[in-house]
Design a protein around this ligand. Structure first.
Ligand SMILES: *Cc1c(COP(=O)(O)O)cnc(C)c1O
Length: 386
């Protein structure tokens, strides 16, 4: 409990876990670059004995993320994938994890190519409806894994409805909240048991650090995750925790601009003659618009566009951008452009990829916080060359 608990998101993002340093008064707490802690006599210490297990820089970040997601506990990791690893390691051989087929590529790879070899059974649905999830859940399903909005099609899944279906069958629910961030969507308040983050994206916010986190609905989930965090050992260093915490302080402000810019861009290009589709959850034409409006308080910073012409035109478009950088990842202050078919989703066979709508003309834009007019002009001139 802190005196900030009842305050607004933007205030908690700046103050929770950031009490002035008690020994020096330093307003910004120091970075605890230490692997070990001196004990006064054997076993007598101040709650810290070794930094894989616990480090003050990490604890500060965990406290802040826990508050912002409205959870009871948080564990930070060296990457989003390290967090996913810990969550999947809660499953035993024979138990199932059910996920939407279009999950983040690294999550899919961990489920299919790592945990399946240990006997965990991944099950995927191509249908985002709660009924489709209900149909696939059985007595062996321990975990339901949701991402919303999804990548790169920005489908929005009904977290409350799917959580209910999962809980009725005795399964737990994890929501990967990387794309929405707790500014736009609070999965725990909608019924999720775990929230996963790649803090590499919006939370770090400046494309300069890799990290991950799991926030838990209640304390009963904490012991196992803390055990796995320490046992698997994929923990973030103190400098990385500092960078993520600094990012967190401007998260609310940045998300406002990401959303405003993305909406402007989506509206500007929605009827463009060179595009067959513009996907953005807060456009009325989006297939999941109603759920998005109910579940999120902003459409997010990602916009997906589909060029009518194929690969050659799309390649010209991607190479002609001057403000957007052609790069993987997302969520930083700078705008990025990604061509999933050749970059992030290149390892999925073409028929499967295209069956899911990830065609050669599809381009995912991570809309940054530059001036909207410069971003629109950049996309406009690159489309003229496509
Ligand atoms: C990037 C990402 C991850 C993986 O996180 P890393 O920090 O790269 O390990 C997981 N989920 C989503 C939605 C992501 O975008």
């Amino acid at each position: 409990m802190t005196r900030f608990d009842a305050m607004h998101f933007a205030t908690r993002a700046i103050h929770v876990g950031q009490e002035p340093d008690p020994t020096t008064g330093a307003t910004v707490p120091p970075i605890y670059a230490t692997s070990t802690y001196t004990q006064s006599s054997p076993g007598e210490h101040k709650g810290y004995d070794y930094s894989r297990t616990r480090n003050p820089s990490r604890v500060m970040l965990e406290d802040a993320l826990c508050s912002l997601e409205g959870g009871a506990a948080c564990a930070c990791f060296s990457s989003g994938c390290a967090g996913t690893t810990a969550l999947l390691a809660t499953l035993k051989p024979g138990e199932k994890v059910l996920a939407y087929a279009d999950v983040y590529g690294g999550t899919f790879r961990l489920m299919k190519r790592v945990f399946e070899t240990f006997g965990v059974v991944p099950v995927f649905t191509e249908d985002t409806s709660p009924a489709a999830f209900a149909k696939l859940i059985d007595g062996q399903t321990r975990l339901v894994w949701l991402e919303s909005p999804t990548n790169p099609l920005l489908r929005v899944l009904d977290i409350a409805a799917i959580s209910k279906v999962a809980h009725d069958a005795g399964a737990r629910v994890c929501v990967d909240n990387t794309f929405a961030t707790p500014v736009l969507q609070l999965p725990i308040s909608l019924g999720a048991d775990y929230v996963l983050h790649s803090t590499t994206k919006y939370i770090g916010g400046h494309s300069d650090v890799v990290g991950g986190a799991i926030v838990m609905r209640d304390k009963s989930l904490q012991e196992r995750i803390a055990f796995l965090q320490n046992s698997l050992g994929g923990v973030p260093g103190p400098f990385d925790c500092f960078l993520q915490q600094r990012g967190l302080k401007t998260l609310a402000l940045r998300m406002e601009r990401h959303c405003a810019n993305a909406l402007k861009l989506a509206e500007h290009f929605r009827n463009h003659k060179k595009l067959s589709r513009v996907l953005y959850p807060f456009l009325e034409s989006h297939p999941d618009h109603a759920v998005a409006k109910r579940q999120m308080c902003g459409g997010g910073g990602m916009v997906t566009i589909v060029l009518k012409e194929g690969w050659e035109a799309t390649k010209r478009f991607c190479s002609s951008l001057r403000v957007f950088s052609l790069a993987e990842s997302l969520g930083g202050v700078e705008s990025l452009c990604c061509h999933p078919a050749s970059m992030t989703h290149g390892s999925i066979p073409k028929e499967i990829r295209e069956g899911r709508g990830i065609t050669d003309g599809l381009v995912r834009l991570s809309v940054g916080i530059e001036h909207a007019d410069d971003l629109i002009a950049d996309v406009e001139q690159a489309l003229a060359k496509a």
